[in-house]
Design a protein around this ligand. Structure first.
Ligand code: NAD
Ligand code: ZN
Length: 380
């Protein structure tokens, strides 16, 4: 038992008080974990574009004050009633979408869309009592994705916490708790390219580069990277990208450019941008007869996907996935093991690192398109 178990913890958290305004490091209060909850000390967290979208709250329902963050690594501090699979001291990755282990999705080999704990961006409270565990001077502070990792301590449902090898460096494997697993899984588990096939990846941020890495691991013959930011192309070569297309360089739709480059279309496309135009292009650039496109990017609230139904009749397939179809608790520990066995490189995703006190810099790096992943060191 830790000395803080059962007590309210006062800790520093980066609070978003208003949409698009710099986060403020505040001392907040974190209540003890309730039934089926885990309280953990966060050691490293990283910024993903999903945090930025909901912080900007442009096309999303605003919910403030809120503590963002969902890509992280930490150590269990205490557990609530009914938690038997985790104990204080365990090394863990909190995950934005959970696995209750009991529902029809959790029992299905095909799904990771747990009935109880699947991603819910609109929920700012924890499930047990529909309330927040964070507060400042009595004012509740909303959770984000059930993880809220921009805080020295946080609470998540046990189904959203993957127990990992304690020897794994948390400053590296924390990126497996969202972006890297999402992109890699989108290619390997969902798009499933065959050896020698051509794969187009739209968006070369961490998620897209991980999708490229998945394509490389699957033995793709050609990997076409598509991004509006030409600075991304050099970086992308390290992830197996062989060809680059910048939609801005062409006066026709990028799907036509890609179809011309590939004799009618790519075998697989993975969209990792969040732009609905890119989603449509990703679908329309796959070859008729067998092409498969997978959507990963999180769209704005009112976006719509429009394409001619004939594109489906012509035997193109459109899919989407959260978290690369991985089940958080079942599958993520073995991804960590792959890293430990050097079958998976994570270092190349990590381009920046800042102390917690400078967390707003991580937002600047991402907004300027400079970073792939910026690690935020909580103890610094
Ligand atoms: P990022 O901002 O680092 O990368 C996105 C890239 O897409 C940028 O390089 C940008 O220039 C490029 N881009 C934007 N619009 C484009 C367009 N129309 N055509 C081509 N390129 C374009 O973001 P990230 O952290 O890599 O995340 C990528 C997306 O994946 C985001 O939408 C994020 O919310 C989403 N995401 C989804 C899941 C999931 O489980 N489905 C998980 C994590 C992140
Ligand atoms: Zn479930």
């Amino acid at each position: 038992m830790s000395s803080t178990a059962g007590q309210v913890i006062k800790c520093k958290a980066a609070v978003a008080w208003e949409a698009g305004k710099p986060l403020v490091i505040e001392e907040v209060e974190l209540a003890p974990p309730q039934a089926n909850e885990v309280r953990m000390k966060i050691l490293f967290t990283a910024l993903c574009h999903t945090d930025v979208y909901f912080w900007e709250a442009k096309g999303q329902t605003p919910m403030f004050p809120r503590i963002f963050g969902h890509e992280a690594g930490g150590i269990v501090e205490s557990v609530g009633e009914g938690v038997t699979e985790l104990k204080p001291g365990d090394h863990v990755l909190p995950i934005f979408t959970g696995e209750c282990g009991k529902c029809s999705h959790c029992n299905s080999e095909e799904s990771n869309m747990c009935d109880t704990l699947r991603i819910n961006t609109e929920r700012g409270v924890l499930l047990n009592d529909g309330k927040t565990r964070f507060s400042k001077n009595g004012q509740p502070i909303y959770h984000f994705l059930g993880t809220s990792t921009f805080s020295e301590y946080t609470i998540a449902h046990v189904g959203c916490v993957a127990k990992i090898n304690p020897a794994a460096p948390l400053d590296k494997v924390c990126v497996l708790s969202c972006g890297v697993s999402t992109g890699m899984g989108a290619t390997l588990n969902v798009a499933k390219p065959k050896k020698g096939q051509t794969v187009a990846v739209f968006g070369l941020g961490a998620v897209g580069l991980a999708a490229c890495e998945g394509a490389r691991m699957a033995g793709a013959g050609k990997i076409i990277g598509v991004d509006l930011n030409p600075d991304r192309f050099n970086e992308a070569k390290k992830f197996g990208v062989t060809d680059f297309v910048n939609p801005k360089d062409h006066d026709k739709p990028v799907q036509e450019v890609i179809a011309e480059m590939t004799n009618g279309g790519v075998d697989r496309a993975v969209e990792c941008t969040g732009s609905f135009q890119a989603m449509i292009s990703a679908f329309e650039c796959v070859h008729d007869g067998w092409g498969v496109a997978v959507l990963v990017g999180v769209p704005n609230k009112d976006d719509a996907f429009k394409t001619h139904p004939l594109n489906f009749l012509n035997e193109r397939t459109l899919k989407g996935t959260f978290f690369g179809n991985y089940k958080p608790r079942t599958d993520i520990p073995s991804q960590v093991e792959k890293y430990m066995k050097k079958e998976l490189q994570l270092e190349k995703f990590i381009t920046h690192s800042v102390p917690f006190s400078e967390i707003n810099k991580a937002f600047d790096y991402m907004l300027k398109g400079e970073s792939i992943r910026c690690i935020i060191r909580m103890d610094a």
